[in-house]
Design a protein around this ligand. Structure first.
Ligand code: GLU
Length: 295
């Protein structure tokens, strides 16, 4: 008999700035799904890209999460400390022939719209190769809990994915697959901007003999005209000193009944009520920032 693994979810912010409304939605959404299933909730800091990292951002995000009552069940993992695990995984993929070294530059791939199917670049002195995952010509599908069926032709639409960049940094796609498995993540709840990355991760899990978690992609925060938010209220940092307005807005954004949440109270207390009232089936496929503003 197969024993069901206990639910384990996670929130994986990139430390590129303070926590904003979009990241609060992903944090709260992943927390609510996990807690309602009686599961654990972990936080993993994706500090893989030092040039894009803002000093102090990771600690700032963690302390803002705590202000909202969102406290992980284990000490957060930092991907910057996980290089050995990624190197071991990459070595195995190189040894099996699933991964290969590649000298193609961005401009080499312009003619193919950035999609890598075979190497066209030359080795250059002083430049390390990137390492890519060999993608087959295969169409894969998966069933997302919120977004429904998602289909992608990996070879044609995605091409050979970078696992280690030419500048030596680890790529997100490798790190996320290694760490979701290493942390025993059974359910991934995150923003729908990552829907497009999911089948790369599913394919890589298969090649590495790792389990595939369940996926639920929350709506991306958009303006009412459908554009992804740039410089607007929703991209401003959420205020940890006054968490209730943003918490209520995130709750509504997740399609939940605002009448179920107390108007005030300590965040921990409000969250306890929220878990009991949370209805995962109400989470919408799309939503806009304007629609959740209280009049
Ligand atoms: N770091 C990504 C983000 O901040 C999330 C990656 C993931 O959840 O897999 O959007």
């Amino acid at each position: 008999m197969q024993t069901e693994l206990p639910y384990r979810g996670r929130f994986a912010p990139s430390p590129t700035g303070p926590l904003h409304f979009g990241s609060l939605v992903a944090a709260l959404g992943s927390w609510l799904f996990a807690r309602q299933a009686g599961g654990q909730w972990l936080v993993r800091i994706e500090d893989l890209d030092p040039p894009r990292e803002v000093p102090g951002a990771a600690q700032g995000q963690l302390s803002t999460l705590a202000d909202f009552g969102l406290v992980p069940d284990q000490a957060p993992w930092f991907q910057s400390a996980r290089g050995d695990a990624y190197a071991t995984a990459l070595d195995a993929l190189l040894a099996s022939g699933d991964a290969f070294e590649c000298h193609c530059s961005r401009s080499d791939l312009e003619a193919s719209g950035g999609v890598h199917r075979r190497c066209v670049g030359q080795a250059r002195a002083g430049r390390r190769p990137a390492v890519r995952l060999r993608m087959p010509d295969v169409e894969l599908t998966f069933l997302d809990r919120i977004q429904g069926e998602f289909r992608q032709d990996l070879g044609r639409e995605v091409g050979d994915v970078v696992l280690r960049r030419a500048d030596g940094y680890w790529a997100y796609q490798l790190a996320v697959v290694v760490d979701d498995a290493a942390q025993g993540i059974t359910h991934v709840v995150r923003g729908a901007d990552l829907l497009d990355s999911t089948l790369r991760q599913v394919y890589l899990q298969g090649r590495m003999g790792l389990p595939t978690p369940d996926y639920a992609h929350l709506p991306v925060v958009r303006d009412s005209d459908g554009r992804k938010l740039g410089k607007s209220l929703a991209s401003l940092p959420v205020d940890g000193r006054d968490p209730m307005p943003a918490l209520r807005a995130a709750w509504r954004f997740l399609g939940q009944d605002p009448g179920q949440l107390p108007a005030a109270g300590a965040p921990e207390q409000v969250l306890r009520t929220a878990v009991a009232a949370f209805d995962p089936n109400r989470a919408p496929r799309e939503n806009s920032w304007q629609s959740v503003q209280e009049k």
